[in-house]
Write a protein that binds this ligand. Structure first.
Ligand code: PMP
Length: 384
């Protein structure tokens, strides 16, 4: 009855296990949701009645203009005409997938990478080529060799406060990767939903702005700074790509909801926007610090990690291998949850024993208690 491609969307055991983390007495480091308390109020009192009508596929002109101005300000020069408003940046991933991927199309991804992007690419049959992520980003020389060997349709990167690893590319790697893409002309898909969740000042220059004539797509989102339930994101792209994305979006959903777009534009133009970002950063920085302290206290001899300068995650590598799923089951029995690292790879990684820990939803006290339990679970596992 169904398409061939639906076979590729397998349900995972991990997803079933993680359903258990929704119970109220579980301390969950497994999810990735922003904190409800950190979100700005949803004030729709002045919403114009005209927004009840259908809108345009590209999105509301005012919001596109605001976004284009902000992007130009951070080093990505783009006119409003090439900004497409999407239903979250997740829809950007869907549109790009439909534009580029046929069965067996090679796509280069970071290892590890964003789970739902890997699923979207896999859904359409992509052949995923992994580039190992280092604390400075992917290695430009490895990218060059991979392109020479396989010529991927595009390279998918999350250079700033990556999900799941927390890595922020060093300036040297931003420049190196941009140079390879500029020289080879392979398209870049740059995904930046965590950009504004920055706790220490680091270089965040978009790669897309440094590619010369090479094709690029740059996605942003208001899910982490604004209100994720409104589902507003955007994809800006070079002029050879943008019109195709608009046509695909038209047959996907005609246009993104106008109420959310109106709210986002007001939010960005509001005089309080920068103060809101400052509050948000202080709010998450405290949790990030609590997780760093808890990890040192309870997992110091068991694991290695680096403290992220932004985003919502720690990436923890155990010193000894474990069966990640078995460990998760035991952690859940103690009412603490993490996300098994293997889930974030396109192909099973050589080393089993990594986890992604989210700190946005727990209080500093819960973070400490949860990490203490996790430390105990890992010690008991190794002792067997
Ligand atoms: N890209 C990455 C790397 C993400 O982590 C997420 C959400 N967590 C998204 C895209 C999608 O976000 P949204 O659709 O809410 O904008």
């Amino acid at each position: 009855m169904f398409s061939v491609r639906i076979e590729r969307l397998t349900s995972s055991l991990i997803r079933e296990l993680l359903a258990l983390t929704q119970q109220p007495d579980v301390i969950s480091f497994a999810g990735g949701l922003p904190a409800r308390e950190a979100m700005p109020p949803l004030d729709l009192r002045e919403l114009p009645a005209s927004l009840s009508q259908y809108g345009t596929t590209d999105g509301e002109p005012e919001l596109r203009e605001t976004i284009a101005r902000q992007l130009t300000g951070i080093g990505l020069r783009v006119p409003p005409e090439r900004v497409l408003i999407t239903s979250g940046s997740q829809q950007g991933l869907d549109l790009v997938t439909k534009l580029f991927i046929d069965p067996d199309t090679p796509v280069a991804v970071e290892a590890p990478s964003y789970l739902a992007a890997l699923q979207a690419f896999r859904f359409f049959g992509a052949r995923m080529l992994e580039l190992p992520l280092t604390p400075q980003g992917i290695d430009p020389q490895q990218l060059r060799e991979l392109i020479r060997r396989e010529r991927p349709a595009f390279v998918y990167l999350i250079p700033t406060f990556q999900n799941p690893s927390g890595v922020c590319y060093a300036e040297s790697h931003r420049a190196g990767v941009a140079e390879v893409l500029r020289e080879t002309g392979v398209a870049l898909l740059e995904d930046e939903p965590y950009r504004e969740l920055m706790y220490e000042a680091v270089d965040r220059t978009p790669l897309s702005g440094r590619l010369g004539g090479a094709p690029w797509m740059y996605m942003g989102s208001f899910s982490k700074t604004g209100i994720p339930g409104l589902r507003i994101g955007f994809i800006a792209a070079s002029d050879d790509i943008h019109p195709h994305l608009v046509r695909i979006k038209q047959c996907t959903d005609l246009h993104t909801n106008r109420i959310g777009q109106w709210w986002c534009n007001r939010f960005l133009l509001d005089g309080d926007y920068l103060a809101h970002l400052d509050r948000l950063r202080a709010f998450y920085r405290e949790k990030r610090d609590a997780m760093q302290a808890g990890l040192e206290r309870h997992l110091g001899e068991l694991a290695t990690w680096s403290q992220p300068h932004g985003g919502l995650f720690f990436w923890v590598r155990l010193r000894q291998e474990v069966d990640e799923r078995a460990l998760l089951e035991r952690a859940l029995a103690r009412k603490v949850a993490f996300m098994p690292g293997g889930a974030f790879y396109a192909h099973p990684p050589a080393f089993q024993g990594q986890m992604r820990l989210n700190f946005s939803l727990s209080t500093p006290e819960q973070i400490d208690r949860g990490l203490r339990m996790l430390g105990e679970v890992i010690r008991a596992y190794h002792a067997e």
